[in-house]
Design a protein around this ligand. Sequence first.
Ligand code: 17E
Ligand code: FE2
Length: 439
Amino acid sequence: MYDLILRGARFEDAVADVAVAGGRIERISPRIQEGGGREIDAGGRLLSPPFIESHVHLDTTLTAGDPRWNESGTLFEGIQIWSERKRSVTREDVISRATELLRWQAAQGVLHVRTHVDVTDPDLTGLKAMLEIREKVRGWTDVQIVAFPQEGILSYPRGTELMEEALRLGADVVGGIPHYEHTREMGAESVRESFRLAEKHDKPIDIHCDETDDPESRFLEVMAAEAIRTGMGQRVTASHTTAFGSYDNAYAFKLMGFLTKAVINFVANPLINITLQGRYDSYPKRRGITRVKELWQNGLNVSLGYDDIMDPWYPLGTGGMLQPAHMAVHACHMTSREEVTACFDMVTENAARTLGLEGYGIAEGGPASFVLVDAPDKWDALRRLATTTLVVRDGEVIAEARPAEHRLMGETVTFQRGTEGLGDFVGQGSGSGERTERG
Ligand code: 17E
Ligand code: FE2
């Protein structure tokens, strides 16, 4: 007797039943005869491991307009507004906003979240609040905390000490922001400092690196050199790296060679960087996004983050991970069939590698944590920014949603493409997702 059976889920080009017991996936098979405590008709929908947020700022989320709006739209005005807002941050304020955002994300199937938290604050208020949240939400979402020095490690008073204190209190990952240190020498030194801290505390690294259109911002090469020297490659992540989109090709090609030796991870945040960058250009305007397609073509691990939801850097957002993937399709020219599918993987499998997750994926014997997406495949999920209709965590249904139903002159419009790949997909309306409870 199983606890839960999912009937007719699309998984790896086949339609299968999935049986769950004791929080684990017991069987995946074209047809499971036995019954389950609860049966859910997947209606041919895509079965995916949970979505992963590999880069977000939960301490700043849901503050847009407070104390003021970002009029220039630049990264630097965002940092200035946050440094003003930061003075009135309290534990309760951070707990309420960050928890709300984690609820928005979990409701959309995002069950692993890496958040950067600003530690350039003598009281570490945001960090301490986030450590509490990480424990409080453990039953339904996994949070990794990056000690992120928004105003610099070497340029902010006692910056290194605050980083150490954050790690001692329980931050999971060492951050950095070399392009915002006062000089390029301090920037390079701050990267080495992040690596020293990571080695000392045995933690992974995730650095905001070269988040500027300045083609002279070259701290990624320092990260690559340190990753090669320490052998930490797979535990190292370079976030943003938008200057890579502005480098001269002669330099970019040389750098790509070093990166393939360093084997570090990359996180691009296409929603935010298409918005924040290019602000000092007139026309033509740069996209201000790292070389996602070329990194991916060179076999490097690239994932995508949301970065901001309603804060000084970005006024919009819901935290659903198909949105940054959708933007990557456009802004990174990832439009071939294979490339669109790769963008879906950048908010699931690739992000799991960035976060160093173990046991992620859908397999017999593995944890029963998965989502159903209202589409027959990854490509179509992105095309329609499809709704996540079911979220299961360790065998428990934690979230459900109904896709919007559109009626035109009395008939349902489904937005389904009439081509291959639909198979048994039932789509909107027609009772899919209905449940039967059995004893
Ligand atoms: N801080 C920063 O340095 N860069 C960003 N993109 C955000 C905060 C959101
Ligand atoms: Fe960021």
